[in-house]
Ligand binder design. Sequence first.
Ligand SMILES: NC(=O)c1ccc[n+]([C@@H]2O[C@H](COP(=O)([O-])OP(=O)(O)OC[C@H]3O[C@@H](n4cnc5c(N)ncnc54)[C@H](OP(=O)(O)O)[C@@H]3O)[C@@H](O)[C@H]2O)c1
Length: 433
Amino acid sequence: MAAAPLRIALAGLGTVGGGVIRLLTVNGALIARRAGRPIEIVAVSARDRARDRGVDLSRYEWEDDLALLAGRPDVDVVVELIGGSDGPALALARRTMGLGKGLVTANKAMIAHHGMELAAMAEQAGAPLKFEAAVAGGIPVIKGLREGAAANALTRIYGILNGTCNYILSTMEDTGRDFADVLKEAQALGYAEADPAFDIEGTDAAHKLAILAAIGFGAGVAFDQVEVDGITRIRAADIARAQALGYVIRLIGMAECEEGGTRLFQRVQPCLVPRSHPLAAVDGATNAVVAEGNFSGRLLFQGAGAGDGPTASAVVADLIDIARGDTGPPFSVPVAELEHLAAADGATRTGRAYLRFIVADRPGVLAEITAAMRDAGVSIESLIQQGQADDGGEVLVAMVTHEGPERGVAHALELLRESPSLARPPLVLRLLD
Ligand SMILES: NC(=O)c1ccc[n+]([C@@H]2O[C@H](COP(=O)([O-])OP(=O)(O)OC[C@H]3O[C@@H](n4cnc5c(N)ncnc54)[C@H](OP(=O)(O)O)[C@@H]3O)[C@@H](O)[C@H]2O)c1
C-alpha cells in the first residue's frame, strides 16, 4: 500500500510561497521517493485571493482565515511564509503548535523573538517545528550544525548573513560608488526592500545570528544580547582604504562562547576581512557561514541566502524530514536543557580596529586624535591616509590600531567625544583575524 501523503497548508504566497509551490510541482516525484511519501499541498492562504501569482492555485482549497487553515482536519503541517515577528505569523504559529500539528517557517524574526516559546509548545505537543529557511536561505546550515557537526564542541560561528548588505558592500568595492547610490540600485534590482532598514541596520543578520548561536552552542535564543551595527555609515573611502591594506569590508555576524562556555558573545558589525580569508571572496547577494569545531576544524557553508528557489529548497527539505518522521527538539536540545548564557562584555575583547574620523580641515586635529589614542593606551599600527572627505571642507583620517583591548579604543573615543574638531561621530570597524 502506498504511504499516506504528508498534507500541508501554505500560509503566504509571496516570493517564498510561490517558490514552494513551483518546487513541489517540478520535483514532486523525486521528493516523494526520498521522503518515502508524497508531500501534497491541501490548502493555501494569503491576503488577496484575486492576485495573479504566476502559479496554478486551482488545485488547492483557499482559506481566508488562518486559524481555520491550521485547524483543517486534512492538514498535517502548516508552512508559515507570511513574515513578521508578531502579528498573523505568530498567531498562526501558536495556533498550529496548540493543535499539536507540525510547523515549518522561514521567519527568522519570529524565531529570534519567540523561538523558545514555540519550541516549548512543539516539544510539549510532540510536534515538529522547523526553520532551516530562516537562516541563510538555501544554505543547509542549521542541518549542518545540528547534524553534520553534532559531535563537535563549537568555538565560533560567524559569517555573512545578509545578502542585501553583501551586495551593497561588494558593489561599492567593485565600482567605487557610494552607499546611497548603490542602495538605490539594489532596490531597483529587487536586492533590497523598499524599506531597507532591517537589512542595512543589521537587524536581519542579528536575527539569524541569534538562531545560529542557539543551535550551535546549545543555548537559548538571546536576540536581545546581540550587539548590532549596520552598514549605513560605510563610505566608498573606507572601502578604498581597506583595499589598500589588503582587506575587504563585510557585514559579519559573530558568535563565540567565552569564559569556559559560561558567556555568549554575539555581534553584528561591518569588519575588515583579509583578502586571503574565504569570506572575502563572498560577493553579491551570497551568504556564507563559518563554524569552527574542536574535531571538525573550520567548516564553510556557502550559497544563496535568499530568493524563491533557494529558500523554497530549505523549506521543502524541512518538510521531507517531517515526512520521514523527524520530530526531535527544534533546537536539538530540549528547551528545558538549553544553557542560559549571560552576555559577554564586548569591551573585554581584544583585537585590531580600523578607526575613521571626519574632521575639520585645520592644523592640530591629527595631533589631538593621536594624543587621545596615546592617553588611552591605544597603539597605532598605521595611519592610512589623510585626504579630502567627500564633503567639502572636511578631511578624512583613517588608522589601524595594533592588537589591544576594545576598551582602550572606546576610552580614546570618549576622550574625543566633545572635541569640536570631529565633524561626525567616528567609525570603528574590527579586523577579522
Ligand atoms: N524572500 C526571501 O528570499 C526570503 C529568504 C529567507 C527567508 N524569508 C522569509 O520568508 C517569509 C516570507 O517572505 P517573502 O519574501 O515570501 O514575503 P512576501 O513575498 O512579502 O510574501 C508574504 C506573503 O504573506 C501574505 N500575507 C501577509 N499578511 C497575511 C495575512 N494576514 N494572512 C495571510 N497571508 C498574509 C501575503 O499575501 P498577499 O500576497 O496577498 O499580499 C504574501 O503572499 C518571511 O518571514 C521572510 O523573512 C524570505
